[in-house]
Design a protein around this ligand. Structure first.
Ligand SMILES: NC(=O)c1ccc[n+]([C@@H]2O[C@H](COP(=O)([O-])OP(=O)(O)OC[C@H]3O[C@@H](n4cnc5c(N)ncnc54)[C@H](OP(=O)(O)O)[C@@H]3O)[C@@H](O)[C@H]2O)c1
Length: 210
């Protein structure tokens, strides 16, 4: 799959590096392709990894991954240009700066706002409900963490789901994009449990069935 990853932070660099290892064609779209962070990433990932400007990375991509702070999403999507028809995987969480809450929610979500800023893109919410340190290995003992995804289009969700399965996740389809109103608070629960309530960051959510 031809993937553009917007944001070379913890989320973007992990996802991009792992998908590259799984044989996908990954280009990072960076606001500054010559920054020290981007240079370090390029060195760590080896020669297969490409970094370009945001619009240049998105243009040929089938899947665009949004991995920037939510507050930077409008500018980043503006720089991305026309994403209509592309699968846009939204990893953002609209966190308050002190992690005490969400800046949007209940009647909308970051994902729905992202969809509004990228008209025609096929938005899927994914990878937001677990710390990025687990993307490389979502196995917890004999259990596998779930990747909760949601979106309005089945084919787009199936593609995002396959990208999550490549990393070893089990995928749970939580429904339409409006379900992001519930998945984003779930991320806040993860953060609160991990870093405030003392559970530590080696935790993950799993849907049980019987
Ligand atoms: N960290 C996690 O475990 C985790 C897990 C799930 C979801 N998320 C969500 O995923 C998104 C990315 O998180 P992250 O932890 O990867 O963040 P991060 O490490 O801080 O990286 C943010 C990336 O966004 C880029 N960026 C573009 N415009 C920016 C701006 N105006 N201000 C700041 N950065 C800007 C940065 O570029 P430069 O390199 O040029 O600074 C950097 O590459 C966030 O929405 C976060 O809530 C995080």
């Amino acid at each position: 799959v031809r993937i553009a990853v917007l944001g070379a932070g913890v989320v973007g660099s992990n996802l991009g590096r792992l998908w590259l290892e799984h044989g996908h064609d990954v280009t990072f779209g960076a606001r500054d392709p010559e920054s020290d962070k981007v240079k370090a990433l390029r060195q760590a990932a080896g020669s297969g990894l490409r970094v370009d400007g945001i619009a240049e990375a998105c243009e040929p991509a089938e899947v665009v991954v949004l991995a920037v702070p939510f507050a930077a999403a409008p500018d980043t999507l503006n720089a991305a240009g026309d994403l209509s028809g592309k699968v846009l995987v939204d990893c953002t969480n609209p966190l308050e700066a002190d992690l005490s809450g969400l800046t949007v929610g209940q009647t909308t979500s970051a994902a729905e706002q992202v969809a509004g800023w990228a008209p025609g893109a096929r938005v899927v919410k994914a990878f937001n409900t677990i710390g990025a340190q687990h993307y490389a290995n979502p196995r917890f003992g004999d259990q596998v963490a779930d990747a909760f995804i949601c979106g309005d289009e089945g084919e787009a969700k199936a593609l995002a789901g396959r990208l999550a399965e490549d990393l070893g996740f089990e995928v749970v389809d939580a429904g339409s994009l409006a379900a992001a109103r519930l998945l984003e608070p779930l991320a806040l629960l993860w953060i609160r449990m991990a870093y405030v309530e003392g559970a530590g960051s080696n935790i993950a959510f799993k849907l049980l069935r019987k």
